[in-house]
Write a protein that binds this ligand. Sequence first.
Ligand code: FAQ
Length: 320
Amino acid sequence: MPQDNPTAPMDDREPVFQARIDRDEKIEPKDWMPEKYRRTMIRQISQHAHSEVIGMQPEGNWITRAPSLRRKAVLLAKVQDEAGHGLYLYSAAETLGATREDMIADLQSGKAKYSSIFNYPTLTWADIGAIGWLVDGAAIMNQVMLCRTSYGPYARGMVRICKEESFHQRQGYEIMLTLSRGSDQQKAMAQDALNRYWWPSLMMFGPRDDDSPNTQQSMKWRIKRQTNDELRQRFVDQTVPQAEYLGLTVPDPDLHWNKEREHYDFGEIDWDEFWQVVKGNGPCNRQRIAHHVAAHEEGEWVREAALAYQARKASAEEAA
Ligand code: FAQ
């Protein structure tokens, strides 16, 4: 096969690679791939992993203050799941030649991004409901598409992650349902959480297609199967009826059903806010990275002990 022949001229390998993509074949770690494809995959998968890991912080903030033992056990399990997702994703990026050390260094230096949504604070218990419902809801919308992405290890990781995310989304919606059927004060808390998390959730899908530098090439390589705006529209269409069922109001005066398009029209996202958060100037960016750096430093001895154990085991096996 020309794509596996390292001496084949570049001009031959690129069209063969694209033809494999067009036939919906999965690209596997040892297959030839254009250097730009490899770099794009490492960028996206590592940023996705960072999002899962940094995403543990806003919810972790409420584990000690969950309102009941049941809520606490569920939240603990959810936050642990996010750590697991981060680990699958770092492993998927490693199959492309990235090292864990470099990926963590890029996160901590600000070179690599993570999802803007995790730079907003969790001020009340209702925010835990809003995150499960809206943030996991938006994440699933994107990740269901990624189950069919062209890079094999990423696509397979996504299948497993999506199963857990749908449980996360339901637990968040159940918190919102309980609050919205509760006292006036509880209903007001749920509405306040929706007011603060609605627009940042829409921003999770990334810039408008016209302003997205990566979408066109990523669609051609079937890394993305739907564009940022297509997924954002699907999310709005799915979520507005859920808000209505809760008896809550989506904080967008321009939101209305468009009969001709058979979709909701919605208002303009504050793109200045989005880019400020992406550039590191959101409400919690500095706090999130400082916390990650401290946890990483505190964990140094665990990494050292694991490596020492591995080395000892290897030398014992060699001696045997
Ligand atoms: N935040 O050209 P595009 C979760 C950056 S998982 C920050 O459109 P692309 C689970 C983008 O990286 C949530 N940066 O880029 C959970 C690029 O910069 P770069 C994470 C953003 O890659 C729930 C630049 O803007 N999910 O939540 C954002 O084609 C609860 C131009 O953008 C994933 O990562 C943003 N929102 O499309 C965990 C899914 N949007 O890298 C805990 C995988 C864009 O060139 C609790 N990723 N940027 O310097 C993707 O599908 C894509 O990477 C997109 C962006 C759609 C995020």
